[in-house]
Design a protein around this ligand. Structure first.
Ligand SMILES: CC(C)(COP(=O)(O)OP(=O)(O)OC[C@H]1O[C@@H](n2cnc3c(N)ncnc32)[C@H](O)[C@@H]1OP(=O)(O)O)[C@@H](O)C(=O)NCCC(=O)NCCS
Length: 177
C-alpha cells in the first residue's frame, strides 16, 4: 500500500554497487519508507526496525560486497537519482550457467514513477556485460508494480497459482530508450 507523500523523481537513474559509503543511506531509506520483509531476508528479531534488524540489514547487504563471484553470488546496487539513494536492485547467480535472479525495492515515495523499470534496464545491461544471457525474477500475482516493470522489460511470465516466474532473455531485451 502506498502511504505518505510522493517524491517527484526527475533525472537519470543510476546504479552504484552497494558499499560501506552508501550502506547507511540505503538503510535510512529502508527504515523510513519500506517494510523489513520487502528489503531483507526474515530474521528472528523484535518486530519493526529494531536494533537487531538494522544490524541484520547491514550484514545482509555487506554479504553482497564481493559481488557475483563472492560467497553470496550476488551483486547489489543502490538505485540513485540525482545522487540520492532511492532503493536497491540485485542479481544473484542461479545454478543454471549464464542465469541470474533479480530482485528490487524502492522507498514508497519513489514508487510509481518509472524508476523501477529504468533500474531494471540498467541491471540488464550489467548482467549482459557480466556474460549472462537470462535474468529471472520470482514474484506474486498481487504485485502489480513488479509485474508491470518486468513486462515492460520484455519478461515472459509463467504463473503457478499465486506465484509468478518471470524470464527475460537478454538477446530479446527491448532497446534502451
Ligand atoms: C516493484 C517496484 C520495484 C516497481 O518499481 P516502480 O518504479 O514503482 O514501478 P513503476 O513506476 O514503473 O510502476 C509500475 C506500475 O506499478 C504501479 N505501482 C508502482 N508502485 C505501486 C504502488 N506502491 N501501489 C500501486 N501501484 C503501484 C504503477 O502505477 C505502474 O502501473 P502501470 O504499469 O499501470 O503504469 C516498486 O513498486 C517497489 O519497490 N515495490 C516494493 C518492493 C517489491 O515489491 N519489490 C519486488 C519484489 S518481486
Amino acid at each position: 500500500m502506498r502511504t505518505g507523500r510522493l517524491r517527484h523523481v526527475t533525472g537519470a537513474v543510476r546504479l552504484e554497487p552497494v558499499e560501506e559509503r552508501n550502506l547507511e543511506s540505503l538503510l535510512s531509506v529502508a527504515v523510513a519508507e519500506a517494510e523489513p520483509d520487502n528489503v531483507m531476508p526474515p530474521v528472528d528479531a523484535p518486530a519493526g526496525w529494531s536494533h537487531a534488524r538494522r544490524e541484520a540489514f547491514r550484514d545482509y547487504y555487506r554479504s553482497g560486497f564481493p559481488g557475483l563471484d563472492g560467497p553470496a553470488r550476488t551483486a547489489m546496487y543502490a538505485v540513485l537519482v540525482s545522487g540520492e539513494v532511492l532503493g536497491m536492485i540485485r542479481m544473484t547467480r542461479r545454478a543454471e550457467p549464464g542465469t541470474v535472479e533479480t530482485g528490487m525495492w524502492l522507498g514508497r515515495s519513489a514508487q510509481g514513477q518509472g524508476v523501477g523499470a529504468a533500474a531494471l534496464r540498467e541491471l540488464l545491461n550489467l548482467a549482459a556485460a557480466a556474460g549472462m544471457h537470462t535474468v529471472v525474477a520470482e514474484t506474486t500475482r498481487d504485485n502489480a508494480g513488479a509485474i508491470s516493470v518486468l513486462r515492460r522489460c520484455g519478461a515472459k511470465m509463467i504463473e503457478d497459482g499465486d506465484a509468478v516466474h518471470a524470464e527475460i532473455s537478454l538477446d530479446a531485451t527491448p532497446p534502451i530508450l
